[in-house]
Structures are given as structure tokens and as C-alpha cells.
Design a protein. Structure first.
Length: 313
């Protein structure tokens, strides 16, 4: 039994009972490739929970969550060889990829059910300093919903790209996002907008709330690991009892006593899991090693939380 971890804790998302209001929108997601669909679900989850920490109204939180689900809807019409290319896109391919924003906007505007979410689809790659796409608009013109989606989108993209299986070292991803929120303080060329220094690319206030979401998920992971450690402790205790019975049987000169302890060993061993008198010591050793690894992981996760708490946007 290994602990099972969903990288994104679903607790807050479930509290909104979104399935009713999103049935139509979720059907649209079925047309996406599995990778994009999963990414869209992750972004929606993050948007919902960022809104929670921003203390947004319930109606806006639901709106932002659905917008998060639909932000990449335009990728339905991006060629698969570009969408799923493992290496860096060429300039020409990137220009095609960027069109998913305008394609998504057009799709939403043509469908009355999707029209309210068109802004998120169009603007989630816009940057506060005007360096984004498709229109290069700046902070004052970028809808708040799109600013939230951008933070969630960039975070999940990095997490997925680096194939994180745990929140250990996740602070490195957050540090990378900070660079987008807090521009390089070095002198900028005169032909660049001076306001770039001030605005950055992503909204720092939203990014701060993402930090809180990540801490929540790290604590969620710690809880899962702790449950598995408790399971391991029980298994180790059981197999150590088996070992003590074997030692008592070996020390006894009476066959009846030997048989008694041998029978006790058989009762404690899980034959359905392939445990036998011959291999239980190896299994015990593996459990002890696993517990050491998982206790170390818990320590690292707590250290990760302390690092995140010290990060400044």
C-alpha cells in the first residue's frame, strides 16, 4: 500500500458543487486531448482556491473557475504535432500556438453558453507590462479573471514540465514565478518602457495567494505521507512479532513449542501479499527502508513550507 497523492488538493473546489453549473462546459473539455484537459482541470482548481484566498465573491469565484477550465479551449484547433511537441517550438510553430487565444475567444463568442468566458480564453497570456499576447495590452486593460488564470496557468505549466511527483523543491518554481512579478531591478535600456520595472508581467498580489494554495497542498501531501508511515509502522510491528516468534521457536527444545510459534508466524503472515516464512525478513527490511525514506520526505516537505513562507514577491 503506497500513499496516493493528487497534486492539487480538491477540497475547496468540491465545496462549490461546480458540476451542476459546469456540465455543458465540461462536455466541451472532452474534445481536448488528455494532456490539455488535465491541465485545464488543474488551472481551474488553482483559480478557485486563489479566489478563496483573495476573498472574492462566490459568484466571481465560480466564474473564474469555469474560465480556468475553458482558458485553453482554442487548443482544440492547434495541430497535435505542435501541441504535443516535446522540444522547444520554432518561431513559426509558436506563432501558430499563440493563436489558441484568439481561436478560443471566437469559439466562446459564437456560443451563448460560453460567451461569458471569452475574456479568459483571449487574455490569459497577456502580461501586465504589455509584453504578452495576443494584443500586448497592459495591466489596466487585462481583466482580473485573466490575471488570475495567468498565475495558475504558468504555475501548472512549470509543475507539469518538471514532472513533480511531490512538493519537495516546489519553491524553485515559485521563485521562477516571482521573477515575472518582480522585474529585474537592473537598468533598462532607454527604448524600453520605464513602467516595466514597476508592473512586471504577473500580478504579485495574486501570486502571493498562490503561495498559500501551494502550502495547503504541501500540508495535504504531508498528511498523505504520514498516513502511509502509520501503515508502515503497523506492518513493521507485525513482522517484528513474526521475527520474535521465529527466534522463540529456534530457542525452544520442545517440538510442541516450536509448532506453536511456527503456527503463530503463519497466522501473522499475509499469504495473499506473497509473504512467507522464507521471505518475510526481506519484506520487513524493505518496510523499514521505506519508512526511513518517507520520514525524510516529511522533513523535506516541512522545510519546503518554511522556504515558501520566506519568499517575497
Amino acid at each position: 500500500m503506497e500513499e496516493k497523492l493528487d497534486f492539487y488538493s480538491p477540497v475547496n473546489l468540491k465545496s462549490y458543487n461546480l458540476s451542476q453549473s459546469m456540465r455543458y462546459e465540461l462536455n466541451i473539455l472532452e474534445r481536448m486531448d488528455p494532456f490539455t484537459r488535465k491541465h485545464s482541470e488543474n488551472v481551474a482548481n488553482l483559480c478557485c482556491r486563489i479566489c478563496e484566498y483573495l476573498r472574492c465573491k462566490r459568484s466571481f469565484t465560480v466564474y473564474c473557475t469555469i474560465s480556468g477550465y475553458l482558458h485553453d479551449i482554442g487548443k482544440i484547433f492547434i495541430p497535435r504535432e505542435i501541441l504535443n511537441k516535446p522540444s522547444k517550438l520554432t518561431d513559426e510553430e509558436f506563432e501558430i500556438m499563440k493563436k489558441h487565444t484568439t481561436i478560443g475567444y471566437d469559439m466562446c463568442m459564437k456560443d451563448l453558453n460560453l460567451r461569458p468566458y471569452a475574456e479568459g480564453a483571449l487574455n490569459h497570456h497577456e502580461a501586465l507590462d504589455g509584453s504578452g499576447y495576443p494584443n500586448g495590452i497592459t495591466k489596466k486593460d487585462i481583466p482580473y479573471v485573466a490575471q488570475i488564470i495567468r498565475v495558475a496557468d504558468e504555475y501548472d505549466a512549470i509543475v507539469t514540465k518538471r514532472q513533480y511527483k511531490t512538493h519537495v523543491n516546489i519553491s524553485e518554481t515559485l521563485k521562477e514565478l516571482i521573477k515575472n512579478a518582480r522585474p529585474d531591478p537592473k537598468f533598462l535600456a532607454l527604448d524600453q518602457l520605464a513602467k516595466k520595472k514597476k508592473d512586471g508581467k504577473v500580478n504579485g498580489a495574486i501570486l502571493k495567494q498562490l503561495f498559500k494554495v501551494v502550502i495547503d497542498d504541501t500540508l495535504y501531501e504531508i498528511t498523505g505521507v504520514m498516513k502511509y508511515v502509520e501503515y508502515l509502522k503497523g506492518e513493521i510491528k507485525r513482522l517484528k512479532t513474526v521475527k520474535s516468534y521465529e527466534e522463540k521457536a529456534e530457542k525452544s527444545n520442545k517440538q510442541k513449542t516450536k509448532d506453536y510459534y511456527t503456527e503463530g508466524m503463519k497466522l501473522l503472515l499475509k499469504s495473499t501479499d506473497g509473504e512467507t516464512i522464507e521471505n518475510y525478513k526481506k519484506i520487513l527490511e524493505e518496510y523499514e527502508q521505506a519508512m526511513e525514506v518517507h520520514n525524510d520526505r516529511i522533513d523535506k516537505l516541512y522545510k519546503e513550507i518554511s522556504i515558501i513562507k520566506k519568499l517575497r514577491v
